[in-house]
Design a protein around this ligand. Structure first.
Ligand SMILES: [Zn+2]
Length: 255
């Protein structure tokens, strides 16, 4: 499949042109014209690029790409090293960020809601990327917390888990807005910053922190499956959670 044609098809499916985002969504670096072998990942990094070269991958599709509107535009440091390797190996880099968080079928938030048996009240959108939902049974949520030791759960003193806001990745920005606008009792997100712990305590809500990486595996993986099914291309997802993010936490725990 032609690389620019694939880019157009995915942009259309993910509604890229109507979504305002910090990420440069769609094709970021042009490589081989003919796409045959795709590697999907949550974040571009040196390990991913080396693996792509080793496995003769022609296209990388990532949730967190190389080019961001608010980043330093200079091609220096690790950005230079990555781009150099990508160009001499003629690899396409595609990235879809917010379009893969808020998509109504394969978005991170919708998939998290489905996995946890959360009934959707309001889908996330370009202006408000938080999914609002409610549950009848907490069973799936408690199973998830129990099964995955990377997930943190801070329980409210008084509020039961009923009305939920889901925001994959750094859900910081929308935490208080979601509490005030939708009167949620529970917030599910990837990560939060220090100041959010006071917001959580003072509004006394439940919070489930999945880790940024884990909350954003779903969308890009599903996009890969969608491409595989519709265009018969080879697609493989590579998980680097244990090599990067999780290895830092492990080292901290050992000290
Ligand atoms: Zn993210």
């Amino acid at each position: 499949m032609n690389n620019l044609k694939l880019n157009n098809i995915i942009n259309k499916y993910l509604n890229t042109k109507n979504i305002k985002d910090n990420s440069v969504n769609g094709i970021q670096i042009e490589g081989k014209k003919n796409v045959k072998n795709i590697l999907t990942c949550v974040s571009i990094n040196n390990y991913i690029i080396n693996k792509a070269i080793f496995y003769k991958i022609d296209t990388i599709i990532t949730h967190h790409g190389i080019l961001w509107h608010n980043n330093l535009p200079n091609i220096i440091g690790i950005k230079k090293k990555r781009i150099y390797k990508i160009l001499i190996n003629n690899i396409n880099i595609f990235s879809w960020h917010l379009p893969l968080d808020i998509h109504p079928e394969i978005g991170n938030n919708v998939i998290i809601a489905n996995k946890l048996n959360i009934k959707i009240i309001q889908l996330p959108n370009n202006n408000f990327p938080v999914l609002i939902g409610k549950i009848n049974t907490k069973k799936k949520i408690y199973q998830l917390i129990k099964k995955n030791k990377n997930i943190n759960f801070l329980k409210s003193k008084k509020k039961k888990i009923k009305k939920i806001g889901i925001c994959s990745g750094l859900g910081e920005k929308y935490l208080e807005k979601t509490i005030l606008k939708y009167n949620i009792d529970t917030y599910i997100t990837g990560e939060i910053l220090e100041q959010s712990f006071y917001v959580i305590k003072e509004y006394d809500i439940n919070i489930i922190i999945m880790k940024h990486y884990i909350s954003e595996i779903y969308g890009v993986k599903k996009l890969g499956e969608w491409i595989k099914k519709n265009f018969s291309l080879k697609v493989k997802f590579l998980n680097t959670f244990d090599i990067y993010e999780n290895s830092f936490y492990k080292k901290e725990r050992k000290k």
